[in-house]
Design a protein around this ligand. Structure first.
Ligand code: GPP
Ligand code: MG
Length: 290
């Protein structure tokens, strides 16, 4: 079956600014990142987000020889659990619906969405490497008729107005201006369509960026937004929150386990410090297009 998506040319080139070019460059050249590839190899779902839930302490207690393998599998299980929680909040999705994964990385969350809903999903990324990798995964799984990844800017996708039943961002909003982003999502969502976001955000109550949050920004070339910014930008674009869940306590075990893994990248301590001192939250936000 051939399914076509109506796409008008985006208004601007995919990479508009020097900043966007540097972000694309980061994800195009950071290809051999063992923490993401080794976890993805566990079952072929390649994620670019963190995990939630308690880890099984027996992974640390078992035989030394297979310890790393057990930790890798456990970290992957927690990352997949995070994506499941995101998908749980998309609402009643039917096979005939079309969704968008904004900042789709290597495609893990989109592939899981197809498994769950059997619907059409378009992922967009400004990394041509990631788009190629993710399309390859969809092909390997035989779902490339329903799951497609595009080299597109989520601020200006060119997809048809009102064409989306739901859109999500899984840890990608720290790369863009939220007002521009939600203007585009508001255009793409049908009336009553749903937006789900999982993000790390800074805490307005503790003031401006803490040192630990600045270190996370520096590590990933991103700009973590304050919590308040999300709600202002949603409200400014006819996106009305229906659910907000603070996942901070649930993500701390993931970072504690990751800090013990040979795959640790050095960013574990800033995450643990930021979460524990209260300068940073891991938040799920669900909003309806009204
Ligand atoms: C994880 O990607 C997410 C980001 C880089 C965006 C920043 C997220 C925040 C919540 C601040 P990844 O899986 O590629 O990271 P890593 O390689 O460290 O696992
Ligand atoms: Mg990762």
């Amino acid at each position: 079956m051939t399914i076509t998506t109506t796409t008008s040319p985006a208004k601007d080139p995919v990479l508009r600014t020097a900043y966007q070019k540097s972000v694309a460059e980061y994800w195009n050249t950071n290809q051999q990142d063992p923490v993401n590839l080794r976890l993805g190899e566990v079952d072929g779902l390649y994620h670019h987000h963190y995990g939630i839930g308690d880890y099984d302490p027996s992974v640390l207690a078992g035989p030394e020889k297979t310890r790393e393998e057990r930790i890798t599998q456990e970290l992957h299980r927690l990352e997949t659990a995070q994506a499941d929680v995101l998908l749980d909040h998309l609402g009643d999705i039917k096979p005939g619906d079309t969704l968008m994964d904004a900042g789709s990385g290597r495609g893990g969350t989109s592939i899981m969405a197809e498994q769950r809903f059997g619907c059409r999903i378009d992922g967009v990324s400004i990394s041509e490497y990631q788009v190629g990798f993710a399309n390859e995964q969809a092909k390997l799984r035989g779902v490339d008729d329903r799951v497609r990844f595009h080299f597109k800017n989520m601020l200006d996708t060119g997809f048809e107005t009102g064409s989306r039943k739901a859109i999500w961002t899984n840890e990608t909003t720290m790369y863009v201006d939220l007002y521009e982003l939600y203007a585009e999502f508001s255009r793409l969502l049908e009336f009553g369509g749903r937006y789900v976001c999982i993000t790390g955000c800074s805490n307005d109550l503790t003031g401006l960026r803490s040192k630990a949050v600045s270190r996370i920004d520096e590590h990933y070339t991103c700009n973590i937004h304050p919590r308040s910014e999300y709600f202002k930008a949603l409200a400014a674009n006819n996106l009305t929150p229906i659910d907000v869940v603070d996942l901070t306590a649930q993500t701390i075990p993931y970072w504690e386990l990751r800090a013990k893994s040979a795959l640790a990248t050095g960013i574990e301590e800033p995450f643990l410090t930021a979460y524990k001192e209260g300068s940073f939250h891991y938040l799920l936000i669900v909003a309806d297009r009204v």
